[in-house]
Every structure is written in structure tokens, then in C-alpha cells.
Design a protein around this ligand. Structure first.
Ligand SMILES: [Zn+2]
Length: 103
């Protein structure tokens, strides 16, 4: 189990978790409910943290997260699973939730 990243936005952390899990990488969010303690603890210790369960997934998880945070291309792509045209900033089909294939 390794810490992948942290963010002060639980929604973002949840989005990243779903993205990684749909790619087959088991992960969990820590500090999900600790927000009430903010002010008494250092902010980086109370922010939601995303942890990867299997250390062997860290490299792939890091690459996926990097790509998710800064998409290389904003060109629309066609979902291989259902044929829907998806805007380039999205890495998951809004229609069937299939992940964008690697270029
Ligand atoms: Zn689709």
C-alpha cells in the first residue's frame, strides 16, 4: 500500500479513485472524513489522500494520474465500446464509462 497523491478536494480524489479502479488498480481514499479537524492539524495531513493497494500498480497509477491531470490531446475521441464521440478532455466515455484507449 502506497500513497499516490493527495488533494484538498474530496470530489477530485473520488474521481481519480474511480478512474484508477476502472483501469483495474485497487485504491482507497484516506482522510475522507477528517475535514472537521482542519485547523488543528497540518493541512497536508488532513487532506484526502489516494492510496494504491498493490505497490506493483504504482507506476501505472502514476502514469494514469499524470495523463488524467494534463491531457496530451484535446481532440475528441471515439469510444471503442459504444461508438460515442467523447470530448478530448475526458478520459472516460460519458455513455458507457469505458476508458479512453491509449493512443
Ligand atoms: Zn462508450
Amino acid at each position: 500500500m502506497k500513497r499516490l497523491t493527495s488533494t484538498d478536494n474530496l470530489l477530485i480524489a473520488t474521481l481519480w479513485q474511480r478512474m484508477l479502479e476502472s483501469a483495474g488498480i485497487a485504491c482507497e481514499i484516506r482522510n475522507r472524513y477528517i475535514g472537521a479537524a482542519v485547523g488543528e492539524l497540518p493541512a497536508d495531513q488532513v487532506a484526502p489522500q489516494l492510496w494504491v493497494r498493490d505497490d506493483r500498480d504504482m507506476t501505472r497509477a502514476t502514469a494514469l494520474l499524470d495523463e488524467f491531470r494534463s491531457p496530451r490531446s484535446s481532440a475528441p475521441w471515439c469510444c471503442f465500446a459504444c461508438g460515442t464521440l467523447v470530448e478530448g478532455q475526458f478520459h472516460q466515455c460519458w455513455n458507457c464509462e469505458a476508458l479512453r484507449p491509449d493512443p
